[in-house]
Design a binder for this molecule. Sequence first.
Ligand code: AHQ
Length: 259
Amino acid sequence: MILSDILKEAPALDDGRPAWSREEFEQQLRIKGESYHIFHPFNVMLNTGKATPEQIRGWVANRFYYQIAIPVKDAAIMANCPDREVRRGWVQRILDHDGFEYGLPGDANAGEKWKDEGGIEAWIRLGLATGLTREEIVDLRHVLPSVRFAVDAYVNFARKAPWQEAVCSSLTELFAPIIHKQRLATWPEHYPWIESAGLQYFRNRTSQAPRDVLQGLALTLDHFKTRAQQDRALEILKFKLDILWVMNDAMGQHYGVRT
Ligand code: AHQ
């Protein structure tokens, strides 16, 4: 399916087929996990200790482009969403990635400064721990064209699609805790040369991702009611799974895949 297809208005709201129950719909979403990029040969290489330092640095530098796109994508969803209750939850994703410093000087809460460097900074620290320089991470010199196109397709979808469909596209995170835990369980042993503090991003996501999914899944199960809409939700999830997959294709083609 090409991007313009996925951006098409949702099909007829109801084609008469009986809708799945909430439980069955969730199960259908979770079954899509079979196509998650944890099974991509490039990722398998990374998490089974077969990657060279150059392949790891290439992965970190390319995935940085995805990481800096996430808060932009989430801000697009916020901008399209009129529901304050939804935004109150969704805004945490932007703070998680961009970081924040609350209670600036002069503010009544100045003494209660809350500050968090954020996930993008933690990702840069991962890059530094793998031997990349901050400059070559943030200037995106290593980002491959196909990675850029895939990530841009995700952000453009979030900007143009109804906000509920963009929420649904984030549900690849149903499967993310496993991949973060897998890295934390395998990288220290396979790549002892990467300082442990560099893996903090993955530690952060093991708690942030499940919290994100709680909101994203509930909104999705609530919004996509008819069977035609539920099929649309599965199409959207597949689109996003393909985005993660082709990023690995591009990195595998450029840096090689050692089995
Ligand atoms: O670090 C990741 C992250 O912050 C997010 C946000 C979420 C989204 O809104 O699409 N998806 C996502 C993912 C992150 N890490 C990926 C990884 O493999 O490290 C997985 C990815 C996802 O599953 O969508």
